[in-house]
Design a binder for this molecule. Structure first.
Ligand SMILES: Cc1cc2nc3c(=O)[nH]c(=O)nc-3n(C[C@H](O)[C@H](O)[C@H](O)COP(=O)(O)O)c2cc1C
Ligand SMILES: [Fe+2]
Ligand SMILES: [Fe+2]
Length: 395
């Protein structure tokens, strides 16, 4: 793929990773791969904004060479030090050893630990500071914890172009680079999965940053994140989605997520889901071992109600639910409510343990969980159906 022109003299020079299926270790499945986006500003002073994951350094350098001699790079902007972006930095700095690295103070500290002894020429920047590349001025906006302490955004007022690194990204490999060239549904689905699995816990900061950007009165026409597709025609769509997700807005939707050993809790789950959907609540049913919890967490961006079921095993819930429940505790979904159910044989224990985990995730549960002894009979299933229907009243 050739470098792709965003604006006159500004090129995408990143890399497409078609093969990636897991991100951040095993916790985030990337069914559609990803991209590492890097941008070259071919102005009087050649400037690179962010690099790529180290295995893709060769691709990055090849694309830079198609525009300009990399040894001419004078400035490297590091908006974020995470390995998927700064990994290829040493290769760039070998080619352009005199380049100055512009980054936040936390980024400089982090880079010194990631690349000890590199001896690079760091220029620490703060919100509002500017760097002229000739015809353009780069303006820096610190964005601590969006999503690391070092994170910052770079803004180019002459082009109304925002380069926010990981914010507004999606793990989506494509031969297209722009939002108007890809399926909008797929794009928003991947953007939502990205928000839910990466930015959910910092939703309050997202709202503050959106307000701050609005207050700065800077027109933003194009948003070029560090992963996936560039928002060229519909940048307001992703900004509005971030506002909705961060505010914890919801639709009349619910998720029923469960695990079972011999099928009793599954019979309960199906009856509960039917009770909910017969009351007009759009409901999705997931057996946790049948799929992927990072996809389920994405669904929680729209669903208000999370109903979790497990039978009791050794006074506890079935362990395959643990990664999902632990992830919820990490991600702290905004403004969600829960309900808990399951089958048991003698002592019980699963429902209480699940309730505690949901509480750790900031999800308040309805006081009455629903537990059924052994295999649910016709009456039990009717009870499940009605319990599901009564939960609909919460929405
Ligand atoms: C290995 C094992 C351990 C169990 N431990 C408990 C327990 O500690 N307390 C309890 O009430 N039931 C316990 N049970 C009983 C199950 O909760 C009961 O069989 C339930 O109906 C299974 O529902 P399921 O088919 O949805 O898995 C245990 C069952 C198994 C197979
Ligand atoms: Fe990151
Ligand atoms: Fe990233």
């Amino acid at each position: 793929m050739k470098p792709v022109l965003l604006k006159e003299g500004i090129y995408w020079v990143g890399a497409v990773d078609w093969d990636l299926r897991y991100f951040h270790g095993p916790i985030y499945t990337t069914h559609r791969g990803t991209t590492y986006n890097s941008y070259l500003i071919a102005d009087d002073h050649l400037t690179l904004v962010d690099a790529v994951y180290a295995p893709f350094a060769g691709e990055l350098i090849g694309r830079i060479k198609a525009v300009a001699d990399p040894s001419r790079i004078e400035n490297v902007i590091v908006n974020h030090i995470e390995t998927d972006h700064a990994g290829a930095l040493p290769e760039i700095m070998k080619l352009a050893p005199g380049a100055k690295i512009y980054c936040s103070a936390r980024a400089r500290d982090g880079l010194q630990k990631h690349f000890p002894g590199a001896g690079w020429d760091y220029r620490v920047v703060k919100t509002g500071m500017e760097l002229s590349t000739g015809r353009r001025t780069l303006t820096f906006v610190e964005a601590p914890m969006l999503h690391w302490p070092d994170s910052m955004f770079t803004y180019i007022p002459q082009e109304a172009l925002l380069l926010p690194n990981d914010a507004f990204g999606q793990h989506l490999a494509s031969s297209s680079r722009f939002d108007d060239e890809v399926d909008g549904h797929v794009l928003m689905e991947e953007a939502a999965k990205y928000y839910a699995n990466i930015l959910y816990p910092v939703s309050r900061l997202v709202l503050k940053k959106l307000a701050e950007l609005e207050g700065m009165n800077i027109p933003v026409e194009m948003i070029a994140p560090s992963h996936g597709i560039i928002w060229r025609s519909r940048s307001s769509r992703i900004v509005e989605a971030y506002r909705r997700w961060a505010a914890g807005e919801w639709e009349r939707k619910s998720l029923v997520v469960y695990e079972t050993m011999w099928g009793s809790t599954m019979l309960m789950a199906r009856a509960i889901a039917e009770g909910l959907s017969d009351q007009g609540v759009a409901t999705k049913l997931y057996r946790i071992s049948a799929g992927d919890y990072s996809d389920i967490i994405k669904e929680l961006l729209e669903a208000r109600l999370l109903v979790v079921g497990s039978s009791t095993i050794h006074r506890h819930f079935i362990a395959s639910l643990a990664p999902f429940l632990d992830s919820l505790a990490c991600l702290q979904p905004v403004n969600r409510i829960g309900a808990v159910f399951g089958s048991y044989g003698w002592s019980k224990g699963a429902a209480q343990a699940v309730t505690e985990r949901l509480k750790q995730a900031g999800i308040e549960t309805v006081p009455e969980s629903l537990e059924v002894l052994w295999i649910p009979d016709q009456d039990d299933r009717q009870r499940c159906y009605q319990w599901g229907g009564s939960l609909a009243g919460l929405l």
